[in-house]
Design a protein around this ligand. Structure first.
Ligand SMILES: Nc1ncnc2c1ncn2[C@@H]1O[C@H](COP(=O)(O)OP(=O)(O)O)[C@@H](O)[C@H]1O
Ligand SMILES: [Mg+2]
Length: 290
């Protein structure tokens, strides 16, 4: 077994965003450290995407600086999830370019996207947990593949993440025994166990009550403060956005109606943006994606 101090050292390194804790060996095997680090971790340049006659993304451009949190907002069906799927390589742009960690991934092969998915994890709305594995096994899953980690190391790290996400009490339960909010917290723990460079959250507060929504926001904020990972949070929850956003992308009719710092979004006099903020602030409990 590794000395527990190694684990905490690794975790401490992860927390400062420096040398890469549990996945350090893996990262250096990828040669990450030798590459110059682009200032923008994500960038969309004039991305267009249609499904038959339905033009969903129209010349969408925005960027997310390394270490920052960008919130993508907009009404249901506007293309928020579609944007995330382009980053993960689950969907391909009709035109325009997409950059991840300084690399133009637009024409990446499926095999190359497997590399991207090691750097960038997505936390799905459903949680997408393994039903037959316990909570502890779900969180440990990405750690099992790490070279040089022994069971005791994995247990210690799972315990640490579980504490951070407040799921220690349910480590032995199956996902089916958990509330939606708990499932999402476990999904977040599993995503962080992979020690990615960036995390994408799709609607982390929908389908839960306002108190749980506030709690989910606090958990993401805690992870943001602890790990300093680049992230994109898709939501139409203005409370959550205010808590997390360094920058905002507001999508409307397939276009970027606003891209900039949160403060500018909050103070924008644009009637549509103002209206959106007011409505959403009044009815958080009805914030449901169809
Ligand atoms: N695989 C698909 N095939 C056809 N249309 C799709 C597909 N995925 C998404 N769409 C359409 O793209 C639009 C945006 O979807 P989505 O990004 O999921 O919206 P949201 O902003 O609510 O996340 C919707 O009109 C949806 O019907
Ligand atoms: Mg969506």
């Amino acid at each position: 077994m590794k000395d527990l101090n190694d684990i905490s050292l690794g975790v401490a390194a992860m927390e400062t965003g420096g040398a890469r804790g549990a996945a350090a060996a893996d990262a250096s095997a990828r040669g990450d450290s030798a590459e110059p680090r682009a200032e923008n971790f994500f960038e969309f340049r004039d991305v267009c995407k249609s499904f038959d006659d339905n033009a969903v993304l129209k010349d969408v451009s925005f960027s997310v600086k390394r270490g920052e949190t960008c919130v993508i907002m907009g009404r249901s069906g506007v293309g928020k999830s579609v944007s995330l799927k382009h980053i993960m390589g689950f969907m391909r742009a009709d035109s325009g370019r997409i950059f991840v960690d300084g690399q133009d991934v637009t024409d990446f092969s499926e095999q190359q996207f497997e590399e991207v998915r090691r750097k960038v994890t997505m936390v799905f709305q459903s949680g997408a947990l393994f039903d037959s594995l316990t909570v502890a096994e779900n969180i440990a899953f990405p750690l099992e593949k790490q070279p040089g980690l022994e069971n005791e190391d994995i247990d210690a790290y799972v315990a640490k993440l579980a504490k951070m996400l407040e799921v220690e009490e349910v480590l032995d339960k199956l996902p089916s025994e958990l509330s939606t909010g708990m499932k999402r917290a476990v999904a977040m723990a599993r995503a962080f166990a992979q020690n990615p460079d960036a995390i994408l959250f799709d609607e982390p507060t929908t389908m839960v009550d306002p108190i749980m929504a506030g709690h989910m926001g606090d958990l993401i904020l805690r992870l943001k403060d602890a790990f300093h990972r680049t992230s994109i949070v898709v939501t139409h929850d203005t409370h959550l956005a205010k808590k997390l956003a360094d920058t905002v992308v507001f999508l409307q009719d397939g276009r970027v109606a606003f891209f900039g710092p949160w403060n500018n979004f909050e103070n924008s006099k644009d009637p549509f943006l103002h209206n959106f903020r007011m409505q959403d602030a009044l009815i958080p409990a009805l914030d449901v994606t169809l």
